[in-house]
Design a protein. Structure first.
Length: 263
């Protein structure tokens, strides 16, 4: 496990936020829900978790900036550090009582992602990584899978919601191409956990378009520190600005990119 002061700060914050989410998850039927857009909901639990993360991280690292799903960008006096926060990745799962959701916190330093924590309160699974320190799952070192070909692989993806209907046709084309070459496909509904599962070797690859920086910042660090590769869907390094991602071990990442390019 990573014992740095930074990791202690990050894990303490996500555990505190996760404690509230777990309590609310147990009473999901009573949650107060407001509509944010077609097929995209935000809950009172989401907002409470983000407030907890903002307060805890601000107290521990005064001056750091924030980029948050609900609160947007908050500029700090320290221009070299930015927290990327998704307090509840997998909101639809959460609302429907499916225990696949996560708190995700990534840290960007001088334009480089340097640390990430993804925590699923429902299963008490914690995935952590810090640049140069490796990646860990509940105190055990993580490595990406060793599978070499798509036909033997399990690949995760993200499906555009109703609000992203303009991406449906492209996704269907890409899905058909990947399905024709891949052992099987999974849609978890939480991008942070998709990346955490790639880092842990549970999934061999993952791709998604229309994704936000706070969804993937922490997971990018997890995959890289677990020995994997992460790019945008064209093989570039602009995942956060292009809102698209492709990840896997070296072989699967390369084959997945090639398949997407030809779709």
């Amino acid at each position: 496990m990573i014992r740095s002061a930074l990791m202690n700060v990050m894990t303490a914050a996500v555990i505190k936020a996760g404690r509230g989410l777990k309590r609310d998850f147990g009473e999901v039927e009573n949650l107060q829900v407001s509509v944010k857009g077609p097929g995209d909901f935000v809950t009172a639990a989401d907002k409470r978790a983000e407030k907890t993360l903002f307060e805890e991280l601000s107290r521990a690292r005064p001056g750091y900036g924030f980029l948050m799903e609900e609160g947007g960008a908050v500029e700090g006096s320290d221009k070299s550090h930015t927290w990327h926060i998704d307090p509840l990745d997998g909101t639809s799962n959460f609302l429907h009582g499916i225990p696949i959701f996560a708190v995700s916190v990534g840290l960007e330093r001088e334009g480089q992602l340097v640390a990430g924590v993804v925590y699923n309160p429902a299963s008490d699974e914690m995935f952590v990584a810090e640049k140069g320190q490796g990646a860990y799952f509940n105190n055990r070192r993580m490595r990406v899978s060793a599978r070499k070909t798509l036909p033997e692989s399990l690949v995760a993806c993200g499906i555009p919601p109703l609000a992203g209907i303009e991406r449906h046709a492209r996704f269907q084309t890409e899905l058909a191409a990947v399905m024709a070459k891949t052992g099987n496909i999974r849609r978890l509904g939480a991008a942070a956990l998709d990346l955490a599962f790639v880092a842990a070797g549970r999934c061999d690859g993952y791709w998604e378009r229309g994704i936000k920086p706070w969804d993937i910042a922490a997971g990018i660090v997890l995959v890289r520190e677990a020995g994997g590769f992460v790019t945008d869907v064209d093989g570039g390094s602009d995942m956060l600005s292009r809102n698209a991602i492709c990840a896997g071990n070296e072989a699967i990442h390369r084959q997945l990119l090639e398949t997407l390019r030809k779709a």
